[in-house]
Design a protein around this ligand. Sequence first.
Ligand SMILES: [Zn+2]
Length: 295
Amino acid sequence: MIATTATTQLADDVMTTVACNLCGSSRERLITVQSAYRVVRCAGCGFVYVNPRPDEATLERLYLKYLPDKMIDPLSWDSYMNEVFSKAASYLSARLPDNATLLDVGCGYGFFLSCMKAKATSRVKVSGIDVSKTAVSYAAGRGLDVQLGTLDTIKFADNSFDAITMFYVLEHIPDPTRALKEARRILKPGGALFLRLPHTTPIVRILSLCGIKNNLYDPPFHLNDFSAETIGRMLTKAGFENVHTFIGGTTSPPGAMTRVMTKTFGLVAETLYLMSFKRFTLPGVAKNTIAYKGK
Ligand SMILES: [Zn+2]
């Protein structure tokens, strides 16, 4: 999924109130209001989400602005994500069997697919899906096996893939538990789900303490904010096993100051992770989570 910022028209939105997607509770505490959307924390389990939020039809309309035909420059997206994609491809390539199949959900321009092809050569057959026509035609033009759609609209057969990847996708999905269950259904027994997720809440807390206004939750496009704990519990609820969260590199934002800060926090996070014998993942930095469908 490719992120750009867009102004929303709240007055036109049809809003819907939801219960916590992780535990079903309707008890919530307000964290903040950004772009006129309430970001809340579930009082039952701590999951952070936007509530109320635009209904699915309104979201589709808003995404026409979020994913315009002329999206961000593909090459700048490639350099933004390059380190994360490269590390993920090495990680997966070392774990997948010969002749494995991989589906990248929200593949965008296909840069991860290219990276995976380069690392795994012909050992892994890679394909992707995305909701953006522009991105899909760009990726197809580079010879990649991609199609337009979502897990909901393209009903893949049971047990289709050895691995599914989702880079910065699950925070956009209104019903992430259902998406995880669908991913599990189409994974082969023993198959791996690889997620990359932002974790915004700790940063918003720090900025709020400093009195700095921000729109980091990016509502209503980001509807969920996952900690290592909440994504772990959601994956377990969806039937996954052997869940493990790790840092897996950092993005390279375009501004020099932002890039230095991102790289510094990423380095600190990676060091703490290794020093804790791969147990501690620093809150507030984006991370990878891997989970498996049982055999
Ligand atoms: Zn909850």
